[in-house]
Design a protein around this ligand. Structure first.
Ligand SMILES: [Zn+2]
Length: 281
């Protein structure tokens, strides 16, 4: 055996290699000595030639979770693939399962698949167009806000009928029915179920409020309903980000400190900057 080969054999005995979707990590360890080399693959470029976030954010979250696990937090990884990562957070004794999705997977199509409209909510004159809503959110909302999203549910004023329809559909990551423990918003315009990364809007109540606003004839019901739908969805999505233990702090900078004011200020700002129309007619 040549000296070079012998050296390689010696090195490889103490060398471990980890293959990630975004690079390779070689660790040489002998006794108390260890050195790690990280070879990152070139970042993927999107259509505009810009660097995309891709799996980089997911890797960062994975590392932050691992750091918490190493600290002895009651957290574990339930499921992991190239594009997704499900962590179970039991620090508050709730077995809350949170799925993180890599940002390049959060497309209009993916978002549209998360939107559930009940039969009666689809029958209003001011029904929501799920395709338009998905496209709008994909264009205007930071992917860090959407990275844990499970469902956007649109219900009608007939919440009892909607409840029966949704009960078998809405499941958490453990396969349990969410409606066993959560109530649909009977009175309000929207709600965020913090344990389930799910937002619900009551389109029936938004339409009723819009009709009241239009009673003086200065606006029309579709215009007011559209604003109500967009700002409510955005407001509840921001609550979801507030409840994401691995959301970056930058999301909250420059906004009011109170969570309610914060969600509302961000929703208003996003709508004012982007406008948008998400109703079917
Ligand atoms: Zn709120």
């Amino acid at each position: 055996m040549k000296v070079g080969e012998r050296l390689m054999k010696l090195v490889s005995r103490h060398m471990t290699k980890e293959e990630g979707s975004d690079g390779q990590r070689f660790t040489y360890r002998k006794g108390s000595f260890a050195v790690t080399l990280w070879f990152e693959y070139p970042a993927k470029a999107d259509g505009n030639g810009q660097k995309t976030d891709g799996c980089g954010t997911l890797r960062g979250i994975r590392e932050a979770i691992q750091a918490d696990i190493d600290l002895g937090e009651l957290i574990y990884i339930m499921d992991e693939s190239e594009n997704e990562l499900t962590v179970v957070d039991n620090t508050e004794d709730t077995d809350r399962a949170i799925r993180y999705v890599s940002h390049d997977k959060i497309t209009p199509t993916w978002l549209e698949e998360r939107i559930v409209t009940t039969y009666s909510a689809g029958w209003y004159d001011q029904a929501v167009d799920p395709c338009a809503l998905a496209e709008y959110l994909s264009r205007t909302v930071d992917k860090h806000i959407l990275q844990t999203l499970e469902y956007i549910v649109i219900v009608s004023a007939d919440t009892e009928c909607d409840w029966d329809e949704l009960f078998p559909i809405l499941e958490d990551r453990h396969g349990n029915s969410i409606l066993e423990v959560c109530d649909l918003p009977y009175d309000g315009v929207g709600i965020h179920w913090a344990e389930y990364q799910t937002v619900v809007i009551n389109l029936g109540n938004i339409i009723e409020l819009s009709k009241e606003l239009c009673a003086d004839g200065f606006s029309d019901v579709a215009t007011e309903t559209n604003i109500g739908v967009i700002t409510t969805v955005l407001h509840e999505l921001f609550h979801m980000a507030q409840n994401d233990p691995y959301a970056p702090e930058e999301l909250f900078q420059g906004l009011p400190v109170d969570p309610e004011d914060q969600a509302e200020a961000w929703a208003r700002k996003t709508f004012e900057e982007n406008g948008g129309y998400v109703l079917a007619k």
